[in-house]
Design a protein around this ligand. Structure first.
Ligand code: SAM
Length: 233
């Protein structure tokens, strides 16, 4: 009887997803350049399968992005981990995220920072993400609907800013809202070529690093992409 109970608990969907998640971390993150122990721990904890559409849950821990509706995607787990690692969070920060999408990256940030403000331009995605995060008991996140390319001046400054859609250049309101010493991670470029960049504020100067080539959906809004050059917007 006891043995049957143990076996049924071990075969539960949650346990199977957990095993897939541990394998994802081992193969896709440890196997690459993700070394921050807090980021690795958060990636082991956050249930990515709850952030993908029901019919794609069996693919939730695969090494790639997935569609989430509204022509948008949930980013590849490695990219979520890499961007988070680049923010160098220690747990005391107020973070601004532009592009909530499914809310998965938001959840990882909520595990690692004091407070997270996330902006999403599509109201339905913002609503779904908000529901998922409250189901997970995260009360340090606020999701707002609006043009994130203009930031959230009322809540600035932010010790970390993360943009999860490709911008033509760093939006001035986002750099202005970054605290001294703060880090911004952002994909910069157009439809055909983009690079992940990290901007670090040092007084009035900026240290800018080009990290790796990436492929993101377009940032829209005032400081976003030009519709003429991004044909499917
Ligand atoms: N990190 C997300 C996740 O884990 O699901 C994926 C984000 S998805 C690649 C990019 C998101 O940015 C989309 O949901 C899109 O609607 C949003 N977006 C694009 N431009 C925006 C803007 N100006 N303000 C706010 N959100 C924007």
């Amino acid at each position: 009887m006891a043995e049957a109970a143990v076996r049924s608990r071990d075969d539960s969907p949650d346990r199977l997803y957990e095993l897939e998640r541990l394998r994802m971390v081992r193969e896709q993150l440890n196997g690459r350049d993700i070394v921050d122990p807090r980021v690795l721990a958060a990636m082991r904890e956050v249930p990515r399968h709850l952030f993908v559409p029901d019919d794609l849950r069996h693919l939730a821990y695969r090494d790639g992005p997935l569609p989430i509706g509204h022509d948008q995607t949930i980013s590849q787990p490695y990219i979520v981990a890499l961007m988070t690692q680049l923010l160098q969070l220690v747990g005391t920060e107020t973070v601004l995220e532009v592009g909530t999408g499914s809310g998965y990256q938001t959840a990882v940030l909520a595990w690692l920072a004091r407070r997270v403000f996330s902006l999403e331009v599509k109201a339905e995605l913002a609503q779904q993400a908000s529901e998922r995060l409250s189901e997970l008991g995260r009360d340090n996140v606020e999701i707002h609907v609006g043009d994130g390319s203009q930031g959230l001046p009322d809540q600035a400054p932010f010790e970390a800013v993360i943009v999860t859609a490709a911008a033509p250049s760093a939006p001035p309101p986002l750099t202005a809202q970054l605290a001294p010493g703060g880090r911004m991670v952002i994909p910069i470029g157009g439809r055909d070529s983009q690079y992940l960049e990290r901007w670090i504020r040092r007084g009035d100067a900026w240290h800018i690093e080009r990290v790796s080539p990436v492929m993101f959906v377009p940032l829209v809004g005032r400081y976003g992409q030009d519709k003429e050059t991004w044909w499917w917007m």
